[in-house]
Design a protein around this ligand. Structure first.
Ligand SMILES: Cc1cc2nc3c(=O)[nH]c(=O)nc-3n(C[C@H](O)[C@H](O)[C@H](O)COP(=O)(O)O)c2cc1C
Length: 199
């Protein structure tokens, strides 16, 4: 079983979302010893923002790409191959300024490729991935779950759905900046859920 861990906290291994994702993967691999784990950390390894040049490279015919365009496509292809190969995706998701980290948005921009991860049809776009199960470890300073201000959950779910990945489950650690007791409680609750799910 292939497990892809994606970390997007600016604090890399010190981020709460990264710690929760790492804890999830550790529990998962204890209970699924056949797992092959790949880790991407988009603060440690900077994923470039999508540019017009890169987008043009995605659209260009392979034989017409210049060296820079080929390098941009190669990078995107590698990210897509990892996602394609994954059976389980474990995403560390911090909330920054009411949204996802810009690093994660940049990653999404590199894996949404027409004709490769989705296609347009007469009935609208159709995702071309789908076997993956996504677990999202969502770390937040405040509390938003179940309220209209939680645009993150809908956005991340919609994005994976767009690629055909419909099995997306969130584990929340909220209120992390609301004092020591709420933080400890939230992390403890999240770890209990991880223990249940990753068993
Ligand atoms: C730049 C920045 C912006 C933040 N914006 C929000 C926010 O909009 N809402 C919120 O609830 N918490 C916010 N927080 C708190 C984080 O969600 C919280 O610290 C969480 O642990 C971040 O995940 P991480 O530790 O994995 O990076 C912000 C933190 C930072 C550093």
């Amino acid at each position: 079983m292939n497990v892809l861990q994606i970390n997007s906290s600016i604090f890399t291994d010190g981020g709460q979302s990264t710690r929760l994702a790492t804890d999830f993967v550790e529990r998962w691999t204890q209970n699924h010893p056949d797992s092959q784990v790949t880790v991407r950390d988009f603060a440690a390894e900077e994923v470039p923002h999508l540019s017009a040049e890169t987008f043009q490279a995605f659209l260009a015919k392979p034989e017409e790409r210049n060296a820079d365009q080929q390098a941009a496509v190669d990078y995107s292809d590698r990210l897509i191959a990892e996602l394609h190969a994954a059976d389980v995706v474990v995403l560390g998701l911090p909330m920054y300024n009411f949204g996802v980290p810009s690093q994660l948005k940049a990653y999404f921009d590199h894996v949404a490729r027409a004709g490769i991860t989705f296609k347009y049809t007469e009935n609208g776009p159709v995702g071309l991935l789908g076997k993956q199960k996504v677990y999202v470890l969502a770390a937040r300073g405040g509390k938003y779950q179940g309220t209209p201000r939680d645009t993150q959950t809908k956005y991340v779910t919609d994005f994976f759905n767009f690629l055909g990945i419909t099995d997306v489950e969130f584990i929340y650690a909220e209120g992390l900046n609301m004092g020591d007791t709420p933080r400890e409680q939230a992390l403890s609750d999240a770890h209990k859920v991880i223990d249940q799910i990753a068993a």
